[in-house]
Each structure stands twice: as structure tokens, then as C-alpha cells.
Design a protein around this ligand. Structure first.
Ligand code: 3HC
Length: 701
């Protein structure tokens, strides 16, 4: 396969980047490109070049899989390749279609004129991989466009539309028709005009702004504080862009390369690259190959219009799929539809949705109080109260009414999907779709595979995830499925730590500083403590009498402190303010609870808090893997990054454990087991991998 396909059109040499699936700028391609440009320079018949991408895009940038590998001796690096284009004495024009991202856009910025096809997206998403544009992006972009805009694009990693890129000055021309034809025309024109090529390195559009405002970079860095918390890459991006204003171009490039090298070898980048590939791997299901026929979902029905049902319905309306929503009482239905309308209106008021789009989405929602209305739906999702008897009754009705072949899904977060499927005559069509609250916002979707769910049913709900813009992960049936089952370990240990000596604010700070959006007690107050309390009361009888149990949360609920909604929970709150304030009353209550449990309180380090909260969570992940309830460790990471705010720059709990070393995790769990008993027993798989010196990423099921 030729990594660069050469075509001649008169005096224009077209060089098509050819490295499927995304034209990653790997070693072979760089070598071929530099060779072709050199030969073209020396060929008097060639007056100009056009660079384009073969297949579905221009280029997605450096081949990420090559990071950390050594290319064959003599291979030009990406900077060499881009410099050879930029320094060409003959005009080089880019014909950009699909996507030009990262090194792909940097390559285009090294050419002298850029033509974009309609619908193209461009950007520098390196920061989302824990690195920075390391092939001149931080030096060329601020020379071409407004400085603040360049900073915003580089530090956010956002891909923008060709029209926005045109307005900003990244793209010179948006092609009306065929982009390659337009680029060839531009190349011929530039060659005929005979002017010296316009090199990005010689431009200075954004540079003046920094001279007028020396505090620009410091001020900009402050605006990133929340989004960039815990990460190095965004700050390195700012430093490099600043270098474009203080150094000459070549020194700036050198500085950028040094900063890039530091980042690309650090764990932050390894973790974020892991997350990138994990999100793509998750769609691959060994016994449901990509060729499995999936059903087309053109209409949906949701049973239950509470917060969850309403949120789920919005996902369908958002992508133009009509939804029928069922409630037993008209009043409840009206309330549910009003809530949806309120959610949309809120987005409209923030300017993120047009009134017209909102009206269209509302127009796709039809309420009904008669179950017969689900009869035509391609998928029926039950989202009613989390009670087995209720769910079974509803599934019998759904079975009687839904059309043959419809997917029958339950949005349970804890219940046995197989038991629900068993009340129907078509368990092969039954599956769990576990949405996370708020369902219209949270991107995670745990698709729960029942024992009898057919490959077609699984392929359909996995595809559906993509259609409604979710990250869908396939999991097996068990209590709490993957995410909540692991969460339970973490919550339990946080509560035990409270009894043993720490206060909620210490645990929350440790977890926040690790990178989660908030700690477990702040989270509990936000979600409402009464829900967990009700579940604990319901399950009290199932708990072995010799098992340790912390009653602190129950004592708090008994006082009517259910969290933010009652103005008090683990913390107290001032009217109209959601900031948790440590409460001396809770401290006394906790100290009393320790006494009642016969526990002598002790100093507990932040390090111990972190390990006690997160190692048992990882340990449960190992049990889930060995029980075959998740396909691979990286699927669990995707669940935690997208459903629970696990910091992406740690990769997810299983990747994080791999970076620590499973021997350390195992040895610590062994100690906890000895000190705290059965709940802390190390998973067999953790023990096995640790003893073999392996990682979770080595586990192949
Ligand atoms: N390197 C290696 N593989 C890549 C890749 C890259 N830059 N970009 C995508 N892929 C792979 C994916 O892993 C996937 O592989 P699979 O089929 O085996 O799972 C395949 O290409 C297709 O990718 P997607 O499923 O993501 O395809 P989409 O059409 O949905 O999206 C895209 C296309 C928007 C380009 C998306 O792939 C993307 O965002 N890619 C990464 C872009 C990026 O971050 N570029 C910067 C790279 S780092 C760099 O350039 C450094 C430089 O500054 C020095």
C-alpha cells in the first residue's frame, strides 16, 4: 500500500495521504510525503502541490499508537515533514475534507493555502490526550488567528466547523462543490501569480495582542482553573502559545517539542490515551460481531414519566426519534411533560438551544395513559419504580401489547433482568438499559445483557447508544451491575472511615483532590440521603448479623436531614446556597456513633483515606471481571469516567491500579482483609495477576 498516492493534474501534483482508517501520520506516511515533496521540487514539470486525504478524512493527526515506539532510522519526524511543505518554493495547497485534527491540522497549517469542504471539522484536540500540539500548532495557530481564540481552541481541544474556521482565518476558502477541484484551481492560480508562498511562520495576526496585554496568558490560565484541575497539559499549552510571542519561530518550535516530550512520556497522557482507545474498544463485543444485524429504532415508548423516564425520553427527542410516554395518571403525565418542557426551556434561556429546536423536540413527545399506545414502538423502555413486583407486572403487559420484534428494555439499576425477562414470552428481545441520572445529561449507558438476550438485541441497544449520543457499555446481570456495585464498596468504606476517626470534610477533600468532581458525602447530600436510607431499611433483613455496619447515615436521616433539599445532611447549608458547611452537630453525632460502636477514634492520613476508598472499589472491579460481568478492564474504566466522574487523567480505576502496580494493591487489600474482615477479601483475579506481575490490561477474559 502506498502511504501517499500521487496523481498529476497538469502541472499540479496531488499527494493523497493514505493510511486508513484516519490517515494517521505514521512513519511510512511521513517518509513518503517528504520524498514526494522533494522529488516534486526538483521536477520542473511540477508548479504546485495539493495535499488531500484518501478515504473519509484529511487526517486525524499523529498515529497515537506510535507514541513511545522508535521509528525506523532516518524517518522524518512530523515537524520535518511539515517544514518541508512550508519551506517549499512551489505553492502547497490543502484540500481538507472530513476531519483535520491534531497533527492533521498542523500539517495543513504548514501548507500555504487551505480549502475546506462543507461539513469539515478541524481542531487541535491533543490536550484531550494529555499532550499539546507538538508539530508547530502552538506556534502557527496564534500567528494566523486571534490570540485568545487560539488559546481557547488549543486548551479546549474543541473541533470546530469549517465555517467557524473560515471566519477565524484557519481556512482560506470553503469549497462550494468538490474540494479537490477547488484546491487544484487555487494551486494553479497561486503558481501562475508567482508570488512567494505565504508561510504561516511569517504571519503575526495574534501576536500583537500579547504585547498590548502582558497579563493575557496569566489571566487566560486562571479561566481554565476548573476544567484543567489536576492536569498539566492545558498549562503547558498556554506556556507554548506564550512562547510564540517571546521567542522566534524556530526557538518556539524547539520549546514546544521539549514540552511535548515531557507530556507524552507522563502518566497523565498514558491515562488519557487509554481512555480514548477504551471508548472505542467498548463497542467491540466478542460474540456479537460488527456484522450482526441490528434493528432500526425509528420510534420509542417510555413507561413512566418521572425524572428518569422524562430524561430518557428527551434523549430520543433530541435526535429526532418520536417518543410515546406512558403514565397511569393524567396529572402525573402532565407534571412529567412540564418537567421536560422546563428542562428544554432552561437550555433555551442559556442560549444553547433555539426555541424552534425546542418546539420540534417537544413536538416529538406524545403522552398517553393507555398502555396500548406502545403498540407501534420499535423499543419500549420501562422506567418505573425500582420494585420487582411492579416491573414484572408491567413487563407482562408490555409483552401482550408491544409489536413482535420490538426491543423490550428495563431501566433498572439493581434488579435481575433475567427475572424480568422470564415473565415475557420473548426473553430474547429483553435487555437492560441502565441510564444514569440526570438521564438527559449523563453520557453513560450500561446495557445489561440478560442470559437470553439475542445478539441482535444487544447489537441494537449498543447502536442505540451511539444514536442518542451515549457511551454504551455492555455489562452482565448482578446486583448494582458494574458501576453501582463498585460504588457500594467505596461508599461503605467512606462510612467506616468516619466511624474510625475522620470527618466527612476530610474524605471529601481527599477524593476531590484526587480529581473527582466531589467526595461521597457532598455527593450524598446532593443526591438525597433518604433514597439510600429506604434501600438500607428494605434490605436490613438480608444483612448477616455478624457483618460490620455503620449506622451514622441512618442517625442523620432520622433527624430529617436528607441533604441539600432539606438544608442539612452530612453538612449544613445556608438558604439558597449549595456550599456544604461542616456542621459541629454532625461531628458530635459521629463521635457518639464511634463510642456506641466501641471504636476508639484515631488519626487517619489522607493517603489511607484514598486507599481505603478506592482499593476496595478496584478489588470489586476485579471480581466483576473474573465473574465475566464486564468484557474487559477498560470497559470498567469507561463506566467510571463517564458515569461517576473518575478523573480521565487517571484513566479509570483499573488503569489507575495498573499504574500503581497490582502487587501494591493486592498487598494492601490483604492487610485490610486481616484488619477489617471478610468484606475486604482480595479478589482471586487481583491475587493472580499480582503474583504473575501482570496488569488488568493483560486480562483477556
Ligand atoms: N491515531 C491512531 N488511531 C486513531 C487515531 C489516531 N490519531 N484517530 C483515530 N484512530 C483510530 C481509532 O482508535 C479507531 O480505531 P478502531 O477502528 O480500531 O477502534 C479508528 O481510528 C476510527 O476512529 P473513530 O472511531 O474515532 O472514528 P470517528 O469517525 O468516530 O472519529 C475522529 C474520527 C474525530 C478523527 C476521531 O477518531 C478522533 O478524534 N481521533 C483523534 C484525533 C486526535 O486526537 N488527534 C491528535 C493526535 S496526537 C497528534 O497529532 C500529536 C501531534 O500534535 C504531534
Amino acid at each position: 500500500m502506498n502511504a501517499v498516492i500521487e496523481e498529476r493534474r497538469g502541472s499540479v501534483l496531488i499527494l493523497k495521504l493514505n493510511n486508513p482508517p484516519v490517515n494517521g501520520l505514521g512513519a511510512a506516511l511521513r517518509t513518503a510525503l517528504v520524498g514526494a515533496i522533494k522529488a516534486g521540487q526538483e521536477n520542473n514539470e511540477i508548479a504546485a502541490f495539493v495535499i488531500s486525504g484518501e478515504g473519509r478524512m484529511y487526517s486525524a493527526g499523529a498515529d497515537i499508537r506510535e507514541f513511545g515506539t522508535t521509528p525506523p532510522a532516518g524517518t522524518p519526524d512530523l515537524n520535518d515533514a511539515i517544514n518541508s511543505l512550508e519551506m517549499s518554493s512551489k505553492p502547497v495547497v490543502s484540500a481538507i475534507h472530513g476531519v483535520a485534527a491534531g497533527g492533521g491540522l498542523e500539517l495543513a497549517l504548514g501548507t500555504h493555502y487551505r480549502v475546506g469542504a462543507a461539513k469539515t471539522r478541524v481542531g487541535l484536540p491533543e490536550v484531550t490526550l494529555g499532550i499539546l500540539p507538538g508539530a508547530g500548532g502552538t506556534q502557527r495557530l496564534p500567528r494566523l488567528i486571534d490570540m485568545t481564540k487560539a488559546l481557547e481552541l488549543i486548551t479546549s481541544g474543541r473541533l470546530i466547523s469549517v465555517d467557524e474556521a473560515h471566519k477565524l482565518g484557519i481556512i482560506d476558502e470553503v469549497a462550494d462543490g468538490d474540494v479537490l477541484e477547488a484546491a487544484i484551481e487555487a494551486a494553479e492560480r497561486l503558481a501562475t501569480e508567482g508570488a512567494a508562498p505565504r508561510r504561516s511562520r511569517d504571519q503575526a495576526v495574534g501576536l500583537a495582542a500579547a504585547k498590548d496585554n502582558p497579563a493575557l496568558f496569566e489571566d487566560f490560565a486562571k479561566t481554565m482553573a476548573k476544567a484543567a484541575r489536576g492536569m498539566n497539559a492545558p498549562y503547558a499549552c498556554v506556556r507554548c502559545v506564550e512562547a510564540a510571542t517571546t521567542m522566534n519561530f524556530d526557538d518556539g518550535l524547539k520549546y514546544e517539542r521539549e514540552e511535548f516530550t515531557k507530556l507524552v512520556t507522563a502518566t497523565e497522557s498514558a491515562a488519557m490515551r487509554h481512555a480514548f482507545f477504551a471508548e472505542r474498544e467498548v463497542a467491540k463485543i466478542p460474540d456479537v460481531p460488527a456484522t450482526t444485524s441490528a434493528k432500526d429504532i425509528k420510534s420509542a415508548a417510555i413507561i413512566g414519566c418521572g425524572t428518569m423516564g422524562g430524561g430518557i425520553a428527551m434523549n430520543f427527542a433530541n435526535v429526532g426519534i418520536p417518543v410515546t410516554i406512558i403514565e397511569t395518571e393524567q396529572a402525573a403525565l402532565d407534571r412529567g411533560l412540564e418537567r421536560i418542557k422546563g428542562n428544554y426551556a432552561n437550555t433555551v434561556s442559556k442560549g444553547r438551544l433555539s426555541q424552534d429546536a425546542m418546539d420540534k423536540r417537544m413536538g416529538l413527545l406524545t403522552g398517553a395513559t393507555d398502555m396500548q399506545a406502545i403498540g407501534d414502538a420499535d423499543i419500549v423502555i420501562e422506567a418505573v419504580f425500582e420494585e420487582m413486583i411492579v416491573k414484572k407486572e408491567i413487563f407482562s403487559k408490555i409483552d401482550a401489547i408491544a409489536k413482535p420484534g420490538a426491543i423490550l428494555a428495563t431501566n433498572t439499576s439493581t434488579l435481575d433482568v433475567d427475572e424480568i425477562a422470564a415473565v415475557t414470552k420473548r426473553p430474547e428481545d429483553v435487555v437492560g438499559t441502565h441510564f444514569f441520572s440526570p438521564a438527559n445529561v449523563m453520557r453513560l449507558l450500561e446495557n445489561v445483557r440478560g442470559a437470553k438476550s439475542s445478539p441482535e438485541t444487544i447489537a441494537t441497544v449498543m447502536n442505540l447508544g451511539k444514536t442518542i449520543n451515549k457511551v454504551a457499555v455492555l455489562v452482565g446481570v448482578c446486583d448494582g451491575f458494574v458501576g453501582n456495585r463498585m460504588l457500594h464498596q467505596y461508599g461503605r468504606e467512606a462510612n467506616f472511615l468516619i466511624e474510625e476517626g475522620v470527618l466527612p470534610q476530610q474524605v471529601d477533600k481527599v477524593i476531590f483532590d484526587f480529581g473527582f468532581p466531589m467526595g461521597p458525602f457532598t455527593m450524598g447530600d446532593m443526591a438525597g440521603l433518604d433514597i439510600g436510607w429506604a434501600v438500607r431499611k428494605r434490605k436490613a433483613a438480608e444483612r448477616p448479623s455478624n457483618q460490620r455496619y455503620s449506622a451514622v447515615a441512618d442517625r442523620i436521616c432520622e433527624q430529617g436531614r436528607f441533604g441539600q433539599k432539606t438544608g442539612a445532611g452530612w453538612y449544613r447549608y445556608e438558604a439558597g446556597n449549595r456550599t456544604p458547611i461542616p456542621d459541629p452537630e454532625i461531628e458530635s453525632l459521629i463521635i457518639q456513633a464511634s463510642k456506641n460502636a466501641g471504636i476508639e477514634r484515631r488519626e487517619i492520613s489522607d493517603e489511607e483515606v484514598l486507599k481505603r476508598c478506592l482499593y476496595p472499589l478496584v478489588n470489586e472491579g476485579a471480581k466483576i471481571l473474573e465473574e465475566g460481568l464486564a468484557i474487559r478492564a477498560s470497559d470498567i474504566d469507561v463506566i467510571w469516567v463517564h458515569g461517576y466522574g473518575f478523573p480521565r487523567y487517571h484513566g479509570g480505576p483499573m488503569f489507575w491500579a495498573d499504574t500503581i502496580g497490582l502487587d501494591e494493591v493486592y498487598e494492601t487489600m490483604r492487610r485490610y482483609h486481616a484488619e477489617h474482615g471478610e468484606l475486604m477479601r482480595p479478589a482471586g483475579l487481583l491475587e493472580k495477576l499480582a503474583k504473575e506481575g501482570k496488569k488488568f490490561s493483560d486480562f483477556k477474559g
